[in-house]
Ligand binder design. Structure first.
Ligand SMILES: *Cc1c(COP(=O)(O)O)cnc(C)c1O
Length: 364
């Protein structure tokens, strides 16, 4: 199937029979999904060209992150159930997606954000899409606790990933990978924050395996930021710290299901430092032309760590891969959402006079 021909239909119409919708569900879509799967020969080279490495670029979604896949399903079903207000806690991308799909559906939207901790592009999105933006003087985990209390209010729909409809939508990314590669990859690497996405991919891969659309399921490999690594360390982190704000989570909402996904798939969870994350972000932009936000680059940083025999752990799934395996890395969101974190490290632009010689002298 050529995803491009399906670009404008959105994930509900592309995968309707595998989603919890029916004929009377109002489909609220922005044409999300069908994102590019980009082969990276330069990452393959890091493994001696034994494997093929692909980047699933979720920054190409309508609001710039994979959150749109879950939001189209959650908002469509909320509308079907008669909700009039959407609410979520967010490190940024959930609020951007909720606000956009609320605008599209005519529902009201309120987003609870940890004060001072959100990338500017994401705040701008929530405002322009018309959401009520509420700053809470605490971290994301505290915001989510407030939202949990609001869950029982009539006509309010919570669209965090504690809403199972979100994960149903997000599993479609795994379907797309299999549809494009012709089978499931051997490994799937992705960043882990609330751990909803790794849970959703695992669900999608299992469903495709059961339907015989794939002959196997991949090992799921998650990467947390070293300062926000509750699953890796197996304990709640009360004050998580990382510049990758989308994975600054100390008590993941989908902790249990994610552990199941890691175990059942024969996968692993590891950590990467902020320095490794920013180096990977720059590397994949400069080498492959793909600009992903810092949290997304955790999967690239993780790949680089696992590709290096001196840095990977003894049980690393990448050490035992058969030749010609496929490896997919999800790049969860677009780099333009958080330009401040990149501009921090940018040197000043070179200066030239307005003539050919002056510019050429800088190119040598
Ligand atoms: C939400 C998000 C994550 C983390 O996904 P979880 O499902 O919370 O694990 C990672 N990267 C980006 C860009 C995100 O928006």
């Amino acid at each position: 199937m050529n995803p491009r021909t399906n670009r404008s239909i959105g994930v509900i119409d592309r995968y309707r029979s595998l989603l919890p919708v029916d004929e009377s569900t109002p489909v609220i879509t922005l044409g999300e999904g069908s994102t590019p799967l980009i082969e990276s020969r330069k990452l393959s080279a890091l493994l001696g060209n034994r494997c093929r490495v692909f980047l699933k670029f979720e920054g190409a979604n309508p609001t710039g992150s994979f959150k749109d896949r879950g939001m189209t399903v959650a908002v469509s079903l909320a509308a079907q159930r008669g909700a009039t207000t959407l609410i979520c806690a967010s490190t940024g991308n959930t609020s951007a997606a909720a606000a956009a799909y609320a605008a599209r559906s005519g529902m009201r939207c309120a987003v609870l954000l940890p004060a001072g901790k959100i990338a500017l592009g994401k705040i701008a999105q929530a405002f322009v899409y018309g959401a009520k933006v509420i700053a809470i003087d605490d971290n994301f985990d505290a915001c989510l606790n407030v939202v949990r209390e609001l869950q029982k209010e009539p006509t309010v729909a919570v669209v965090n990933s504690i809403n199972p409809d979100r994960l149903e939508g997000q599993k479609t990314a795994a379907f797309e990978v299999v549809d494009e590669l012709g089978d499931a990859p051997a490994l799937h690497l992705l960043p882990v924050g609330n751990a909803g996405n790794i849970t959703a991919y695992w669900k999608g891969y299992q469903e495709y395996r059961q339907l015989n659309r794939a002959s196997r399921t991949p090992r799921m490999v998650g990467f947390q930021a070293a300062g926000a690594a509750p699953i890796f360390l197996d304990r709640v982190i009360p004050a998580p710290e990382t510049a990758a704000s989308a994975i600054r989570i100390g008590n993941p909402a989908s902790w249990g299901p994610a552990k199941t996904a890691l175990q059942e798939s024969g996968g692993a969870i590891d950590i990467v430092s902020d320095d490794e994350i920013f180096a990977a972000q720059r590397w994949v932009a400069a080498n492959e032309g793909v600009f992903a936000e810092p949290a997304s680059a955790a999967s690239v940083a993780g790949f680089m760590k696992c590709a290096d025999p001196s840095r990977r752990c003894s049980s690393c799934p990448m050490a035992q891969l058969p030749d010609e395996s496929s490896i997919v890395l999800t790049l969860t969101g677009h780099g333009l959402k958080d330009v401040a974190s990149v501009l921090d490290q940018c040197p000043a632009p070179l200066k030239a006079e307005a003539n050919k010689e002056s510019v050429l002298s800088l190119l040598s």
